[in-house]
Design a protein around this ligand. Structure first.
Ligand SMILES: Cc1ncc(COP(=O)(O)O)c(C=O)c1O
Ligand SMILES: Nc1c(O)cccc1C(=O)C[C@H](N)C(=O)O
Length: 412
């Protein structure tokens, strides 16, 4: 690798940053000199959140106290904030409720989907689950299968077509693989599941806020996702549940709480489900986290998800290009697909001593993460990551690899 290539890639980065229509967004986040490539695990803090949460605590809670359920809009926050997430995932209003964790929403969605599939009168008794899933979805699917008397069919997303049939009740899939960053074909898989007469639940944790999802357009039945990654809602911010409008009347939640009751303050012993997205609620909403998320969503004002996707692909392409230029051949293996239609917003590199390499990268100001046993993960959040960050990260990676393991590395 000659100095000329360094110069060329740095010049390219500077030019791209200067032409980037999203570059001004970075100023809306609390960031420092660190190259933060872990927004696919915990998004950075949007500055606006601090003063808004301070107001929620000091005025809404501190002064208005219980009046805030009405006067500060606390009671309706789960659906109101759901409607703010809706355009980012291609959903019309009235179909998303915010609350609980992704794990809990996976449970609600799966069991409700099995119940709906059985309502249609056929003997559907199989839950198909992504065998490469983030573990929590797999654990919940195992439990949901036991509870509903279904058989669990774990299969890689690419092989889903082969197992679909008259016994399939529901298919649970991750839109992007958390480890490799592979993007699965949501339109085609949704259509295939529907052709088999079953329902599909998509986990959007790694795609919401990173690329267009098109829930309504593709006729998705149910979807869940977290808000602390590309939506920057903060640690433990509440997740969301999407139930397509025409399925809501049949959505029979396995966790019917007083918040999903048609008349919550009637305090009646019999459960009667509310209409609409409210039906996906359980108990009292986690207001502090929810309103932090509400404030964090302000950064999306005026941003198109298509522009975010275009920049995300440019960033990940550029990272792969810089890694290929700077890192000695064979030292790392790119396990994220090269094809754009198969790539989320992260690049994963396989590397023998990945845990040690990531620890050193973090020490040198490049924050990604390590996933066992041998994966370096780098997430690219287009709202605050720039092309110069990408070039710098690849340079630091090359130097770090030179300090560890068997590679020679290079200077940058
Ligand atoms: C694909 C996926 N699903 C679910 C989760 C877990 O969600 P939660 O901890 O909100 O239940 C994560 C990450 O934590 C994830 O990456
Ligand atoms: N939710 C997390 C947490 O509470 C602590 C640490 C990491 C996480 C994550 O989100 C992990 C992430 N879903 C992943 O893709 O690995």
């Amino acid at each position: 690798m000659s100095e000329v290539s360094y110069d060329a890639l740095r010049a390219q980065a500077a030019k791209r940053d200067s032409e980037d229509e999203l570059s001004a967004k970075r100023a809306e986040f609390e960031l420092d000199d660190t190259v933060y490539l872990d927004g696919n695990s915990l998004g950075a803090l949007p500055t606006v959140v601090q003063e808004r949460v301070a107001d929620v605590i000091s005025r809404q809670w501190g002064q208005l106290r219980i009046r805030s359920w009405e006067e500060s809009g606390w009671w309706t926050a789960p659906e109101r904030i759901g409607d703010r997430i809706a355009p980012l995932v291609g959903a019309a209003p009235g179909q998303i409720v915010v609350g609980d964790s992704t794990s809990v929403n996976v449970f609600k969605a799966l069991v409700a989907a099995v119940r709906m599939a059985r309502d249609s009168g056929e003997g559907r008794d199989e839950i198909v689950v992504d065998a490469t899933t983030f573990p929590t979805d797999g654990y919940i699917a195992q439990s949901a299968a036991r509870m509903t008397g279904c058989t669990l069919v774990p299969v890689a997303p690419g092989e889903v077509h082969g197992v679909l049939g008259p016994r399939t009740a529901v298919v649970l899939l991750n839109h992007a693989d958390y480890r490799t960053g592979r993007l699965h074909d949501l339109p085609a898989l949704t259509a295939a599941v529907h052709d088999a007469g079953a329902l599909v639940v998509w986990d959007l944790c790694h795609t919401a806020g990173a690329l267009p999802v098109g829930l309504d357009e593709h006729g998705v039945d149910l979807a869940v996702g977290c808000t602390y990654k590309y939506l920057n809602g903060g640690p433990g911010s509440p997740a969301y549940l999407y139930v397509r409008a025409d399925l809501q009347a049949r959505f029979d939640s396995p966790l019917p709480g007083w918040n999903s009751h048609a008349e919550p303050f009637g305090m009646r012993p019999e459960f009667e489900a509310a209409d609409g997205a409210v039906r996906g609620r359980v108990g009292t909403p986690d207001i502090l986290s929810m309103l932090a998320l509400d404030a964090a969503l302000d950064v999306w004002d005026g941003v198109s998800i298509e522009a975010v996707r275009a920049k995300s692909l440019a960033l990940t392409d550029f990272f792969v290009e810089c890694v290929a230029a700077y890192v000695p051949e064979g030292r790392v293996e790119v396990i994220t697909p090269a094809a754009h239609e198969q790539r989320g917003s992260q690049v994963a590199l396989r590397c023998e001593d990945a845990g040690d390499v990531m620890r050193r990268l973090v020490e040198h100001g490049v924050v990604g993460d390590f996933r066992a046993p041998d994966v370096l993960r780098f997430g690219f959040t287009p709202l605050y990551v720039g092309f110069a960050d990408v070039e710098r990260a690849a340079g630091v990676l090359a130097r770090t690899l030179g300090e560890t393991g068997t590679g020679t590395g290079i200077a940058g």
